[in-house]
Design a protein around this ligand. Structure first.
Ligand code: CA
Ligand code: CA
Length: 280
């Protein structure tokens, strides 16, 4: 028992969690980004051993490696590998994602196959540049706040993962504040995340690619039929509010992660040549 506890004394040490739900590789990625940080990134033999320790015996489980050539899901390219002999073999010419096999070697698999998977928590699980958020203690309407953020930062705040929200938690001292989410009043919908949904992020003009949402209980409710802009509260929960209401707001700087999700969606529809289109 003591040795198990000892594993978590290093705060930068990745925390791996086995998720038994069967998912395709990109669905597993989406889940991990919403609930944790990313699919498991394994950068050395010690991490490899820790991943093995959380997988039940005889189980295949997705990890965050995919063929671009082989790249981790945050688009980093550390070189540690644990392939089976004569693998990756790209059997059937459609194996672009990596999984731990039951004997704890890696095997390339069809990304659309459904397996359990390993999520990784903590920022050390992703080398992708994290967004930085800036709380602006001035009272502006949503549109004026958007203009201010676009002139001085990247845009009003975009949140696409639990990691983003955690960045804003105390000691970040702020009250209710506008974020970059708004709605087309002509097509109000209750829940973000489906194709029919109209909630858009200011920076992309599109609905969330990760599907991440963090509404407060019973929100959005379009109270009075005039709530089409979104504020976040001190606990990170969202509420739709009237856009004209003066409020403080949150701007952000940083790269967007949605180019990456666009890239992932190509897996199911195209050959590997077109996978290079969105790389930088
Ligand atoms: Ca294979
Ligand atoms: Ca509301």
């Amino acid at each position: 028992m003591a040795s198990k506890l000892k594993k978590f004394t290093n705060q930068n040490e990745k925390i791996y969690e086995f998720i038994s739900t069967l998912k395709t590789w990109d669905s597993a990625l989406e889940y991990c980004r919403q609930q944790h940080t990313d699919l498991a990134m394994i950068e050395n033999s010690a991490e490899n051993t820790r991943v093995f320790s959380v997988i039940p015996a005889g189980t295949i489980a997705w990890i965050g490696l995919y063929r671009l050539p082989w790249t981790w899901s945050d688009m980093s390219q550390s070189t540690f590998r644990n392939w089976l002999p004569r693998v990756p073999d790209n059997y059937g010419l459609n194996q672009f994602c990596a999984a731990e096999n039951p004997k704890h070697y890696w095997d390339d698999q069809d990304c659309t196959a459904e397996f359990p998977f390993i999520c990784c928590s903590l920022n050390s699980c992703s080398h992708y540049p994290l967004r930085k958020y800036y709380y602006i203690d001035m009272k502006k309407s949503w549109t004026d706040a958007q203009r201010y953020c676009r002139e001085n930062y990247t845009d009003l705040a975009t949140f696409e993962s639990m990691d983003d929200i955690n960045t804003l938690k105390p000691p970040y001292a702020y009250s209710w504040a506008w974020i970059g989410l708004s709605d087309n009043p002509q097509s109000w919908k209750g829940i973000m995340g489906s194709d029919a949904n109209s909630w858009r992020w200011s920076a992309s003009g599109e609905t969330s690619k990760t599907g991440y949402q963090n509404w407060a209980v019973s929100e959005p409710n379009n109270s009075g039929g005039r709530e089409t802009c979104v504020m976040t509260s001190t606990n990170g929960k969202w509420n739709d509010m009237p856009c004209q209401e003066p409020g403080s707001f949150v701007c952000y700087t940083g790269k967007k992660i949605f180019e990456f999700m666009d890239f992932i969606s190509l897996f199911n529809v195209s050959g590997k040549d077109s996978l290079h289109v969105l790389t930088e």
